[in-house]
Design a protein around this ligand. Structure first.
Ligand SMILES: [Zn+2]
Length: 122
């Protein structure tokens, strides 16, 4: 994906190397800028999108995390309600409300208890 000088090859050269570049091909077509098009070869971006090695390429952050033996879960953007930590915090806050005497000292004791308790998350 990189030239010998370290610069990225660019989409045109990648497609040329694969014999997929066509004269007059746009980098990205107007249809692809707006929504997912119906064609698979309307522009360079779309052609590259369907190359198997590109489709199988994991994002760098995913490679780094998984190569360290961890799992990674991507949540849909802008939908924090689907993030597990939000459900955990909700259960922890509920546990705290139900078991706190509503003093600062009570909170100092109850918040760590809430995060260390096996909370029922639904
Ligand atoms: Zn396109």
């Amino acid at each position: 994906m990189y030239l010998s000088d370290g610069h990225p090859k660019g989409i045109k050269l990648v497609l040329e190397e694969r014999g997929l570049w066509k004269k007059g091909l746009k980098r990205i077509c107007s249809e692809c800028k707006i929504h997912l098009p119906t064609k698979n070869n309307c522009c360079a971006v779309r052609i590259l999108f369907f190359q198997l090695d590109f489709a199988a390429q994991r994002p760098l952050i995913q490679e780094i995390i998984e190569d360290q033996g961890h799992k990674i879960i991507f949540y849909p953007k802008f939908h924090c309600e689907l993030n597990f930590i939000e459900q955990f915090w909700n259960a922890a806050k509920q546990f705290t409300r139900n078991n706190c005497d509503y003093t600062f000292k009570g909170l100092e004791k109850m918040v760590p208890d809430a995060t260390n308790t096996n909370l029922k998350i639904c």
